[in-house]
Design a protein around this ligand. Structure first.
Ligand code: ADP
Length: 399
């Protein structure tokens, strides 16, 4: 049973083709710089080494055609009819989409209407969906939403203390993101602990270029650090995370910046990059090791913010079975994990330094012995989770 997962950005398409019978990756790749004369297609067939091609791809339609031709050329997929379904990552499902849904014209229209809430992402997702419908004809296509897992947040967690009409008229509330990843690692944690997810309280930390932390009670998301947009919450590679909203007005007055310029600065020039000039965590560590004090400050701030949220979510949940680190930073940065968990023995959290620095695995338990809270490092796999949810959605007739 072959399933294709597509993640369409404004000028890129990421894809993975799975054989769902054994969950193996038959092919995976990314097409970047669509719309230019130097579009780049990098892909891997199974475990072969990566292949790169430079092409001129005018739009997503040509990008998807290249992707399909490549799969045919490599004899991985001869005919679209071999696909059981296609799963699309869609960033914003608003309050409308609480679970994956089979795509039809009404669904596409609704995703398009939600573009006001995610102007950088939803229009690109819609473009990918429309072109995939053209390219792959009658194959069932499913939308899987980044926000869906957090639709279980209670009202007191998702409302902002703002005029009620802003919610009623403009849908302003906290939505949360990275839901597919939080859910995937939560399921893996349940497997590791050999207990049903519905009986577990977890705190999951997705730390990549974007970062978020989620409190999960009895298997359901009850709070998460990203809000109406992915800018709220933890400090990130280039995003500021939590700030005093009044500082925007102050900068507008004192530096004469427009709101669009401030938005751009908070999104693209803040976080690790704003504090020390680098947004890639490995580069920040290298700078800090060379004695750069701003880089050390950036690391300390990044870890401190996470620790504050850990404490807050511990209070939200009362009892925590496991803390899960995932994402490029969460999975690889043992220094950061140690900082976040330092001096928390009173909460039943302590890690074993030797386990913490041991080789990567799908799931690594780094807790010190006899602690109440397991500390796990779990490799996320959003593409596989999208594929699993898409197959499930098709088998269950669209809900
Ligand atoms: P995305 O959110 O775009 O999917 P990733 O989950 O791949 O990104 O995470 C990217 C981040 O992971 C970058 O900041 C990168 O520096 C960091 N990272 C990757 N490997 C390591 C490592 N060995 N140590 C520390 N950080 C790492």
């Amino acid at each position: 049973m072959k399933t294709l997962v597509l993640n369409s950005g404004s000028s890129s398409i990421k894809y993975s083709l799975f054989e769902m019978d054994d969950q193996s990756v038959l092919a995976a790749g990314v097409i970047e710089s669509i719309g230019g004369s130097h579009s780049l297609h990098r892909y891997k067939i199974g475990s072969d080494s990566a292949i790169s091609q430079t092409l001129a791809l005018a739009d997503h339609a040509q990008g998807l055609h290249t992707l399909f031709s490549g799969l045919q050329h490599n004899a991985i997929l001869q005919d679209a009819a071999e696909l059981f379904c296609i799963g699309h990552r869609v960033v914003h499902g608003g309050e409308l989409f609480r679970q994956p849904v089979i795509i039809d014209s009404r669904v596409t229209e609704k995703i398009s209407e939600l573009s006001a809430l995610a102007p950088l992402h939803n229009p690109a997702n819609v473009q990918g969906i429309q072109q995939a419908l053209n390219e792959f004809g009658s194959v069932p296509q499913v939308a899987v939403f980044d926000t869906a897992f957090h639709q279980t947040l209670p009202q007191h967690a998702y409302h902002y203390a703002l005029p009620r009409s802003w919610y009623d008229d403009f849908a302003i509330r906290r939505y949360g993101f990275h839901g597919t990843s939080h859910y995937y690692v939560a399921k893996k944690a349940a497997e590791h602990l050999a207990r049903p997810l519905a009986e577990l309280n977890l705190i999951t930390l997705h730390l990549g270029n974007g970062c978020s932390i989620t409190a999960i009670e009895n298997g359901k998301s009850v709070d998460t650090s990203m809000g109406m947009t992915p800018m709220e919450g933890l400090m990130m590679g280039t995003r500021c995370g939590d700030i005093d909203p009044a500082l925007s007005f102050y900068v507008e007055r004192i530096a004469g910046l427009s709101s669009a310029e401030i938005e751009q600065l908070l999104n693209r020039s803040s976080g690790l990059k704003g504090v020390c000039g680098e947004n890639d965590m490995r580069a920040v560590h290298r700078l800090a090791e060379s004695g750069d004090q701003q880089a050390q400050l950036a690391l300390d701030m990044f870890a401190y913010r996470i620790k504050k949220y850990l404490g807050a979510y511990f209070a939200v949940l009362g009892k925590v079975d496991a803390i899960v680190f995932t994402g490029g930073i969460g999975e690889n940065d043992s220094w950061l994990r140690a900082q976040c968990c330092a001096n928390l023995a009173a909460l039943g959290i302590a890690i074993d330094e030797e386990k913490n620095t041991s080789a990567r695995a799908e799931c690594l338990d780094i807790s010190a012995r006899q602690q109440a809270v397991a500390v796990l490092v779990i490799r996320t796999n959003e593409e596989l989770e999208i594929a699993l949810q898409s197959v499930d959605c098709v088998l269950n007739g669209g809900s």
